[in-house]
Design a protein. Structure first.
Lengths: 432, 432
């Protein structure tokens, strides 16, 4: 027997691949409606492309190795460094804002946990060269639509939006020092998943005072702009720092997406490189991991690629989204039915079957026929097994009259059709 | 500056990616018309999956390494071993014949030659469970159509077909021993590229007699069935062994593809695992490497996967095909134009622009607008730069009348349209 696939890697049989086709096709359609253009880079990159940004500790999670030429290389764990390199290489020739998307397969090598994958696909959308808050709304709207397009509504998933500039101002206004700010970020980030007393305990351990803890708890519960203004009153210039966030939320409302959006200051995003808006998409019941995360990273392209352009974007993976779609019964059935099955009665019909098959395929129809001589009944059973909508039977009597028999396999009806008109007849029948 | 991509790896900028979209989309459409279903496997596989078939020498060409768990692994150099494993794992549950295709990215690590890639994409189509010659015709026809669909005709490319069973019978009939047969295969394989005297010299060096050399040279020039019958007369039962080949060629003729097909006994295919029909697609001028190669490998699934099923298939790469399309001027232009650009005259139009943008995107249109406030002239220049077909201008006077202005940017005409009818109006205008 052949070796099994590597742990954490997936085979995609046709029934599983049809879901991937559905995911990628829907994502491409939505991104294209936003004027985004698709790009891709190499799945294997120099290791340095990742360590330059994240330091050496990221190597523990990378699928990295030394190649035969002595190069330190890694299977890509994320798309942003590749994007930064590509934009930097042609920065002057690219129209701004740059609207690009990609659907890379990404890799990580963590200690294997049960059922944890080491590869996944991720829709990456990035908007580069636009500093203003409408750009933030555009990217958040695209993320929402890339999930909404599968038939999921505001009772299925939510986008939670925050802003690192606001958080930073709030924590400074609470009088937290640098070390306490770091703890507060971690506590906020885990707030939805950790018991309240654990969060409070961690803040107390960091010598955050009871008043500041109380206000932080209040701020954690904020979900609307009005509640935020009240909870943030007197904390530095948090309300002023939130002006871009307010305009982003207003733009999302103008787009008709307000019902999907919650202001949520516990959204921090683990990655250190975000400089403004941060957001995550979650299933509304809170049962799954985040579906999507993103935000503004205005300094990253310069750090990675040497080109100073504001940027923001998100990554939306296939795994959690698929769990949600399965849970809501929104995974479509196998789309691989054929249109027409051709059946010949005698050996002498065989070459006519081949000629007609090719004529119909040239016209764009999905056509199959039996590849070896078989009785008519067996051929029609094969037509059923292939989910054919129509079967065409070619026999000597009909041939003598210049005709064929077309059977509608669902309706159990049949019609005699002129051989020279059968292409147009079938196209019409399949359209109906 | 960030590190360059690894040698032999490609970045796909949007203008390059649009060609990939065209290639993959066309291949998918053609394969689907033949009733083929798409599948995929992991890009990284256990090294043993490849060495089991091809022995250790293949390792010199593999992108292989030891992973962090101590496993010997390789980036996939070909798809067939993965296919064999997947079919073996579900052999009983899959309807025969199995019609599967995939478009994997494949990797090899050869000594770097100038411009030589270390990755490419390849359309793989395989038909499993069908022993007869119509199956061979079906696979060859699919390969032809997967190239023909780009607008290439019989004066652009040819498919050359042979059969290992026939070759084997011919060489035995010529009285060649085992070592001489191996040399003859190598000479035939290089026949089109090597000078005639080199081929003859190699056969002489192997002690092949002058009569046998003369007949081999005649056989090398055979391109039709009638010429084959004449040249093969008296050589064992070569004509009998060619009966499946004759039926395959007749089926291709019935399909209307005869003008693309040459019988060509110099097609050997380097890989040892072919057992019957072998074929290659070449540009008709003979200037490029093979576009596609394939054949019947009836013993391979058993050797690799432990399941005894006859099978045949082909691999069609993106690189040589792209060279041919470029050479013939058949690479389509960038398809990334948007449908509608929305422009607002004053600040107060901004939220109406957002609402309409989202309404139109929901209707499936590709829509952009300026993400920051700009004068109308600059917005319309951006519309031009984005290749928008229509621009919609929202201003205070029109808003007061419940109207918008729609500009056709190519025709330089404009119309006043009711705000509540603009979606339908634009869809109609774009369809026209």
């Amino acid at each position: 027997m052949p070796p099994l696939p590597l742990p954490g890697f997936r085979d995609f049989y046709p029934d599983e691949f049809s879901l991937r086709t559905h995911l990628f096709g829907t994502w491409r359609a939505v991104a294209t409606r936003y004027g985004f253009q698709e790009y891709d880079g190499p799945p294997l990159e120099p290791l340095e492309l990742y360590t330059a940004k994240s330091g050496e500790e990221i190597v523990t999670q990378l699928y990295n190795f030394t190649d035969k030429g002595g190069r330190e290389v890694a299977l890509r764990p994320e798309m942003t460094p590749t994007l930064a390199r590509m934009v930097a290489a042609r920065a002057n020739g690219l129209r701004k804002p740059i609207r690009w998307f990609s659907i890379p397969q990404l890799y990580r090598y963590e200690r294997q946990q049960r059922g944890r994958l080491r590869e996944h696909f991720q829709l990456n959308c990035d908007l580069i060269g636009e500093p203003g808050p409408i750009g933030d709304a555009e990217i958040i709207a695209l993320a929402v639509d890339a999930v909404r397009a599968f038939g999921l509504g505001p009772s299925d998933f939510r986008v939670r939006v925050s802003d690192r500039r606001v958080l930073s101002e709030l924590l400074a206004g609470l009088g937290l020092d640098r070390a306490q700010v770091a703890v507060a970020y971690q506590v906020l980030d885990k707030f939805g998943r950790a018991p309240r007393e654990v969060s409070v305990g961690r803040l107390r351990d960091a010598a955050v005072g009871p008043d500041a803890i109380g206000r932080l708890l209040t701020l954690s519960g904020v979900r609307t702009w009005d509640a935020f203004r009240e909870a943030a009153a007197g904390l530095g210039d948090a309300v002023g720092a939130a002006e871009p966030l307010r305009r982003t939320l207003a733009a999302l409302e103008a787009m008709g997406l307000a019902e999907f959006v919650d202001l949520d200051l516990t959204i921090v995003r683990g990655l250190a490189y975000y400089t403004g808006t941060v957001f995550e998409l979650f299933d509304a019941r809170g049962e799954l991991r985040a579906i999507c995360g993103g935000g503004r990273y205005d300094n990253l392209l310069q750090a990675l690629g040497g080109v100073d352009l504001p940027a923001l974007g998100f990554g939306l993976g296939d795994v959690v989204l698929t769990e949600l779609l399965r849970d809501r019964g929104l995974v479509p059935g196998d789309q691989s039915a054929i249109d027409v099955f051709l059946a010949g009665i005698g050996e002498e019909d065989a070459s006519e079957v081949l000629a007609l098959a090719h004529e119909l395929r040239d016209a764009g129809l999905r056509v199959e026929y039996a590849l070896s001589p078989q009785p008519l009944g067996k051929q029609l059973r094969l037509a059923d097994a292939r989910n054919a909508r129509l079967a065409v039977v070619l026999g000597p009597d009909e041939r003598a009259r210049g005709e064929l028999v077309v059977k509608d396999l669902a309706a159990k009806t049949q019609s005699a059709v002129r051989r020279d008109a059968v292409g147009a007849w079938l196209l019409e029948a399949l359209r109906g």
